[in-house]
Every structure is written in C-alpha cells, then in structure tokens.
Design a protein around this ligand. Structure first.
Ligand code: GDP
Ligand code: CA
Length: 332
C-alpha cells in the first residue's frame, strides 16, 4: 500500500510515528511518503535550518528529544553559550550542539550545489526514518508574518513564533519565494499515485498551508483516486498544543474542528474530529441544500495523542477511515 502524507513538525511527526506503528500492528506492507513543510526554514549563523524536516527525521529515526518534541535527545548547549558570550545573536533560537551537525552537513551540501531533496535523502541515510521524506520544494519558501504593531512590519515566522510566542496579533502569512517555487521531485506523483492520503493534525495555516500553496498540490489532492483523510488539530475549540489559534485568528477562521475542516474542505474526503466536536462539525460541513450529499464525511474519535500508543490508535483510526473500515457518520 502506498501512503502519502503532508506534515509540519511535532504534531505531524508524532502522528506519523503512530502511523508506522499502526501499519506494523496490522501487518500491512506500506511505502509511506511524507511531504514536509519547509516554510519554517531559516538561516541562522550562516546555517540552513529546516525545523520540520529535522523534527520528522529525528522523531521517526529515534533521535528526538521526547520531552520537547523537537531537537536531538541528550543535547547540550555549548555552542549556543559560546555564541552568547560573543553577543552573536539571535539568542531566541537555540541550536543544540548535536543538532548543529545536521545543519552543518546540510549547509555544506547545499553550498556544493545539492538540492534540498538530495540533502534530505543523504541525512536520512543516517536516520532511516522508515518513510520517504521529501521537502515540499527544493526552492526556498519562507513563511513571514505581517504583525499588527505600530510599524506594521513582516517578520520571519520563527521570530513571531519562537521569540514572540505568537503574542503579537498577526494579519497574514505571506510565503516569500512562493512565486519561484514548485513541488520537489516526487511530491505530486506521490499524491496522485497513493492508495491513501493522510493529513496529520499539523498546524493548518503555517504547516499544511505552505505545502498546499505550491502549484499543483491542491489539484493533485482533489484529483487523486486515493481517499484523503484529515485529522483535526483542534479539540473543543482549542488547539491541542502550540499556537495555531493565533494563526487561525489572523485568517478569521474559528479555532474549531469545523473551522479548520472548512479550510481543507476542497481536498478532504473525510475529516477525523474529536467525539465532542462531531455534531457541530458535521452540521457545519454538510451543505444545507444537499444534506444527503456532504462532500466531507465526518468521523468522531478520541483525538488526543497522550503517548506513543495513543498516536498508534489515532493513526490506525485514520487509516481505517481511509480504507472504509470505520463507519461513516455524515454524508458519504
Ligand atoms: P509544528 O510544525 O512543530 O508546529 O508541528 P505541526 O504543525 O505538525 O503540529 C502542530 C499541531 O499539532 C498543533 O496545531 C496542535 O494542535 C496539533 N497537535 C499536537 N498534539 C496533538 C494531539 O495529541 N492530537 C491532535 N489531534 N492534534 C495535536
Ligand atoms: Ca513547524
């Protein structure tokens, strides 16, 4: 079975680790292709850092700092401390010592002319994440944030997010470089040729948003013969983790399973929401004039990945929905 997924960092990586567990538990031989958001990428101290690719690689490859959800396990901060002693900023984005090696290898290879796809493949030879990990694009695309401060400027997503904790109200998320970017080799083929497409509970605006904005991606998802199943990152009107609420607010989208489902409605066949949100989401996503022809089938489950087993269970449910093994609860 060929499974394709789009993903951001922590939420996506935990879900996808669960997916690999669920496939193993079902004894299904599958080739999983993961298309990672690279809109978070940033150059710091001359090093090219790809947070979502690295989180996926470390999580699926068994090298992640579990408590944090990102970065290398057992890492130390000597390089960061030395940089601080030089007063060499930025000081709000720390790179662990072990992590720095990844960025050194990546930066060196990019400088030698390799594409980000080739670099990612090389890094994965060490980590063996058990999936084919693709960057969404080989061209740099950087998500910036137009902030509502007196000067109304745009800052890099990482500065708004990591430094400012998404506290400055945002007005939009322009994707710098998007006009020159195309999906990386293999991305569209993976979506078109998949048997199942999954959208993990990644941030719908700044993780899935940049991938979906690349030319051809939305069309490939609409056109694929595979069922496209999404998992809501929101439970009971709150994001489970992180600051997606601030991103949704900027787009005037309610921070609900129905609100996020509405953003993805054109590409989704099924939408997995928390049991508590089932009724409201179903009502919102069922067209009033065609109550019997909902374009998105809404399914309810326990949406929280409390631990590794919880992620296996959630991903298994998403797989069952895709394979038609989980009773539909609306439309379909
Ligand atoms: P990031 O790039 O590290 O921010 O990671 P992602 O974009 O992949 O994931 C962030 C999203 O994951 C947030 O919007 C969270 O609400 C969501 N998330 C985190 N943990 C869980 C969980 O246990 N269940 C669900 N359904 N969503 C979760
Ligand atoms: Ca991210």
């Amino acid at each position: 079975m060929r499974v394709a997924a789009l993903s951001g960092g922590v939420g996506g990586a935990r879900f996808l680790r669960g997916l690999l567990g669920a496939l193993r538990a079902r004894d299904v031989a599958a080739e999983v292709t993961v298309v990672a958001n690279t809109g978070d990428d940033i150059t710091l101290h001359g090093l090219r850092v790809c947070p979502d690719l690295d989180t996926l690689m470390y999580t699926l490859g068994g090298g992640v700092d579990e408590a944090q959800g990102w970065g290398r396990d057992g890492d130390t901060g000597h390089v960061a401390a030395e940089l601080a002693a030089y007063g060499a900023g930025p000081d709000w984005f720390t790179l662990g010592d072990r992590d720095v090696a990844t960025h050194l290898v990546r930066t060196r290879m990019l400088g030698a002319g390799y594409t980000l796809s080739e670099v990612t493949r090389a890094l994965c030879e060490r980590w063996r994440p058990g999936v084919r990990l693709l960057p969404m694009s080989d061209q740099p695309v950087e998500t910036h944030v137009v902030v509502r401060d007196p000067e109304r400027r745009a800052v890099h997503l990482q500065e708004w997010w990591v430094r400012g904790h998404a506290e400055t109200p945002a007005e939009g998320f322009p994707l710098l470089g998007l006009d020159r970017a195309v999906p990386a080799p293999g991305v569209l083929d993976a979506l078109r040729g998949a048997d199942v497409v999954l959208l993990p509970p990644s941030n719908p605006v700044v993780s899935l948003g940049p991938v979906l904005a690349l030319p051809g991606v939305r069309d490939a998802l609409r056109g694929t013969a595979a069922p496209v199943v999404g998992v809501a990152p929101v439970v009971g009107g709150r994001t489970v983790r992180g600051m997606a609420a601030a991103c949704l607010a900027a787009l005037d989208v309610p921070c609900t399973a129905a609100g996020v489902g509405g953003l993805l409605r054109d590409v989704l066949d099924a939408w997995l929401v928390d049991d508590a949100d089932l009724g409201a989401t179903r009502a919102a996503l069922t067209p009033a004039d065609h109550p019997d022809r909902a374009d998105v089938a809404v399914h309810g489950t326990d949406l929280l990945m409390r631990d590794r087993e919880g992620a296996v269970r959630l991903a298994g449910t998403a797989l069952d929905v895709a394979l038609g093994l989980h009773g539909a609860t609306a439309g379909a």
